[in-house]
Design a binder for this molecule. Structure first.
Ligand code: PGA
Length: 253
């Protein structure tokens, strides 16, 4: 069965002290509330990855980066490669987060290169997909999510895709306080699982963890987790507060 997975996306937040302090609180609390029964990861900004990895070294909590570049090294000013992330002890990497798609302008093609490079480099990508409000209102949710999945995973075999976690994050629900309803989430997740079965096979679709993200809070986490095809949660704002993040981890058991 799919083990529940809760990941915190700290985005461009925290500083040296706050990142270590938050990590330590989550480490202590998460072994108390969930032991090994939930996969827990945090994704701090690049600058704090090493100090967070050190602070979490005795815990079960994995660390992910929020982005990666697809080239392995060279003249790419400002970029970070998969081997650099592996070198310091990262496990996961977010690929195609909606802020990178819609604020920074990343395309499906670029996201595909990043996901492929991450897998080749031994990182576990969390591929984020999700529609804009205008797309949902126009009845295009499935079309958009299907395109993001197909292009994002283009050229990758089932074996490679077994390293991938999918995160469904409707853009209109991110940071807005407007969570998708459990029914909307279940529909989208079920659609994603069926797409994976079509693109690959039933076994891969059954084994792939699909997380929901978008204004997840302690108050709505359990209802979301109760949906059949929701295997975990990708948490932004609420992951910056240790108590809230721990309550969400508890709800995921
Ligand atoms: P939010 O962000 O929980 O603050 O809505 C979720 C995300 O962007 O991953």
């Amino acid at each position: 069965m799919r083990k529940p997975f809760v990941a915190g996306n700290w985005k461009m937040n925290t500083d040296t002290h706050a990142s270590v302090d938050l990590s330590k609180r989550i480490a202590i609390g998460s072994s108390e509330v969930a032991g090994h029964s939930v996969t827990v990861a945090v994704c701090p900004p690049f600058t704090y990855l090493q100090s967070v990895i050190k602070a979490l070294s005795a815990s079960h909590i994995a660390v992910g980066a929020q982005d990666v570049y697809f080239e392995s090294n060279g003249a790419f000013t400002g970029e970070i490669s998969t081997s650099m992330l592996k070198d310091i002890g990262c496990t996961y990497v977010l690929c195609g987060h909606s802020e990178r798609r819609h604020v920074i302008g990343e395309t499906d093609e670029l996201i595909n290169k990043k996901a492929a490079a991450a897998i080749a480099g031994g990182l576990l990508p969390i591929l984020c997909v999700g529609e804009l409000l205008t797309e949902r209102d126009a009845g295009q949710t499935e079309q958009v999510v299907s395109r993001q999945l197909k292009k994002g995973l283009s050229g990758l075999s089932a074996e490679k895709v077994s390293a991938v976690t999918i995160a469904y994050e409707p853009v209109w629900a991110i940071g807005t306080g407007r969570t998708a309803t459990p029914q909307q989430v279940q529909e989208a997740h079920n659609f994603i699982r069926k797409q994976l079965a079509q693109m690959y096979d039933d076994m891969l679709a059954e084994e792939t963890r699909i997380l929901y993200g978008g204004s997840v809070k302690p108050a709505n986490a359990e209802n979301l987790m109760n949906q059949d095809d929701v295997d975990g949660l990708l948490v932004g704002g609420a992951s910056l507060n240790a108590d809230d993040f721990l309550a969400i981890i508890r709800a995921a058991i």
